[in-house]
Structure formats: C-alpha cells, structure tokens
Design a protein around this ligand. Structure first.
Ligand SMILES: [Zn+2]
Length: 199
C-alpha cells in the first residue's frame, strides 16, 4: 500500500506552476497553428488582389481615360495623390527605372501601350524592337502629338526627353540610333506604360 505523503505548501505551488506552464505552452501552440492557417488561407485572395488592385489603380485615377484626348493639367500634389508611388517618381519627378527590370522590355505581345498616368495611347507593339538597352524601346509613337519633346541637358548629357502628349508625364528619351524606317529609338520606362493586349 502506498503511503500518502502529504504535499507541503511549496510543493502545491510548484505543481500549480508546472500545470500553468503546460497550459500556456498549449495556448501558444494553438495560437501559432491558427496563425499559420490564417497565413495560408490569406495567400490566395492576396495574389488575386494584385490584378484587382491594378484595375482599382486606374479607376481611382480620375484623369485616366483611353478615350478622352483633352489635355490634363493638374497640380503636382494632385498627381502625388492619384498615382502609385513608383509611377509618380517616373512621371512627375523624371526618375528612371533600373534597366532590365520592366516586364515590357522583352515582351513580344501584340497590343497598345498607354500612358500609365493618363491613359493616352503612346506606342503600338509593331513599332517595338529589341534594343538591348534595358528599357522598352520603340521606333515610332502611335501618332504625332501623342508625345512631346523637350531638350534635356541634365547629368552632363545632351538628350531629348519624351513626355506624354496628354499629361506631360516623363516617359524617357529619344535617341537617333534606332532602326528604319525612322532611325529613332524611344527608350521608355516600363513603369509608365500600361499595356493592353489586342484580342
Ligand atoms: Zn499621360
């Protein structure tokens, strides 16, 4: 027969402590598992959101239109509000994206490239060529007036800046080393392009 040893006060405290520890561990595991489950569940809607977000971007931009050709002239603060950060830095601050980073650089898809800031048609895919310079390159704009030109003497170079003919967003530069028939190379930041595939 086992002799019952009465637990003293300290033993009881220790016992309670170890039970509590186990309980807390259990709670932690449960929380972690639920957290992980939430993570894997939230992955799917998150990836779907990107396409939706892209649509939303254009919808939340009140000047974006592929049919309205009237000039857009709004304050810089307004542009900052309606354009995604990376688009704003190219379009309005005349930034340059890192070379070989645009999905459009080597794209051979048939369609039209629009201005990401305002929806103005800029280039057709059949005037796109592989320049190897690291940025999407075209030899001719959609039409005269879809692009405007301005001398650019920044960074110790003499270049011609090209801007959107509708909203004056900075697009890139044009050089005279392109292929026939124009001999021009429109070197354009992919971030400022919005592509629509032809059906
Ligand atoms: Zn534009």
């Amino acid at each position: 027969m086992l002799k019952q040893i009465p637990l003293n006060h300290d033993d009881v405290d220790l016992l309670q402590l170890s039970v509590m520890k186990k309980y807390i561990q259990f709670l932690l595991i449960i929380t972690l598992m639920t957290g992980l489950q939430n993570c894997s569940y939230s992955q799917q809607p998150a990836s779907k959101k990107t396409a939706m977000e892209e649509n939303k971007e254009n919808k939340s931009n009140p000047v974006y239109s592929r049919t309205d050709s009237s000039k857009v002239n709004i304050a810089e603060e307004e542009w900052q509000k309606i354009l995604p950060k990376e688009v704003y830095s190219i379009a309005r601050l005349k930034g340059t994206e890192r070379p070989f980073t645009s999905k459009y650089e080597t794209s051979k898809e048939i369609g039209t490239y629009y201005c990401k800031a305002c929806g103005n048609a800029l280039f057709k895919s059949d005037t796109k060529f592989d320049s190897g310079c690291g940025w999407p390159s075209f030899y001719e704009p959609v039409k005269k007036g879809s692009i405007i030109y301005q001398p650019d003497n920044s960074h110790g170079m003499t270049r011609t800046e090209v801007m959107c003919g509708r909203c004056k967003a900075h697009l890139g530069h044009v050089f005279e080393d392109g292929p026939p028939p124009t001999g021009l190379r429109y070197c354009i930041n992919g971030v400022i392009l919005d592509f629509e595939k032809k059906d």
